[in-house]
Write a protein that binds this ligand. Structure first.
Ligand code: KIV
Length: 301
């Protein structure tokens, strides 16, 4: 088992130019597989609202719902660095709300929390950092401000916009953020923002000039049920199609009585075999024997 990834590890990666591998996960099996594959960081994102709960956006996700996802991922993860994503209204109202909710994620096993915004959340970031909590900032396309942004739109395209984002990044660093995530912006903009701070800067749809790449696991696995398909997604599998195929095949087998077969059934003890014998139901091999086909069962009778 590789060593636990910490902020020291992540700073060392940045210092030697090693890219951090960052994915979202919301459940025990996905986090287990991601960790076995050697990912460095897992974000338990509020994107769970869309990927796991079928909501149209992330705004309806509650802290209590996030806690279930966080606990499932933390139970699976000993190596990767886990970031819990603070959902809408879990940190905006006051410093106290932010510290208490971030503290719930840390108590559940997260290594850090993430919140969206720059200068306007800097005071909250300072409060959480002062409470001893590692905070990742999130700039660019921040889905909790979807209406203000006018939809899922690429950010940081103009010089003025990059200037504002750079000021936000510096404010987050000054407030004590340990890293920043940039979402959906041109590579050059992300590179410029990264150069303005010393802390690691990760990207999702922000090009290659960052310290690591985040993807939404459903996007690379191909099991997102929805119609958002950002340009920055590379799909490595089509698990959604494969899952549907398996359910179809199972339904066919049940309806045609091809399932369960003898290999999926339990055998009776010897005396009961005679008593419970049913015409047309071949007896299975005796308990304790390997179960084979009906033909093998008939041969054993
Ligand atoms: O919730 C999430 O997965 C996120 C990413 C889209 C950055 O915040």
């Amino acid at each position: 088992m590789p060593k636990k990834v910490t902020t020291t590890t992540l700073n060392a990666y940045k210092a030697r130019g090693q890219k951090a591998v960052f994915v979202t996960a919301y459940d025990y099996p996905t986090a287990t597989f991601a960790q076995r594959a050697g990912v460095d960081m897992i974000l338990v994102g509020d994107s769970a609202g869309m990927t796991m709960m079928g909501l149209p956006n992330t705004l309806g996700v509650s802290m209590d719902e996030m806690i279930v996802f966080v606990r499932s991922v933390c139970r699976a993860t000993q190596h990767a660095f886990i970031v819990g994503d603070l959902p809408f209204l879990s940190y905006q109202p006051s410093d106290e709300t932010a510290v208490l909710n971030a503290g719930r994620f840390i108590a559940a096993g997260c290594d850090a929390v993430k919140c969206e915004g720059g200068r306007r959340v800097a005071q909250r970031v300072r409060a959480m950092a002062d409470a001893g909590i590692c905070v990742m900032g999130h700039l660019g396309l921040t889905p909790q401000n979807l209406a203000q942004l006018g939809g899922y739109r690429v950010q940081g395209k103009s010089e003025a916009a990059v200037e504002r984002l750079t000021d936000d990044a510096v404010a987050l660093q000054d407030a004590g953020a340990f890293s920043i995530l940039l979402e959906a912006m041109p590579s050059e903009s992300a590179a410029r923002i990264r150069e303005s701070v010393e802390i690691p800067v990760y990207g999702i749809g922000a090009g290659p000039c960052v310290d690591g790449q985040l993807v939404i696991s459903h996007d690379i696995l191909g099991n997102f049920v929805g119609d958002i398909a950002p340009r920055f997604v590379k799909q490595y599998a089509q698990l959604g199609t494969e899952i549907e195929r398996v359910f179809r095949e199972y339904a066919h087998d049940v309806r045609s009585s091809a399932f369960p077969g003898p290999e999926h059934c339990y055998a009776l003890d010897t005396p009961a075999r005679t008593e419970f014998a049913r015409p047309g139901v071949p007896a299975l091999p005796l308990s304790g024997q390997a179960l084979g086909s009906y033909a093998e069962a008939a041969a054993l009778k």
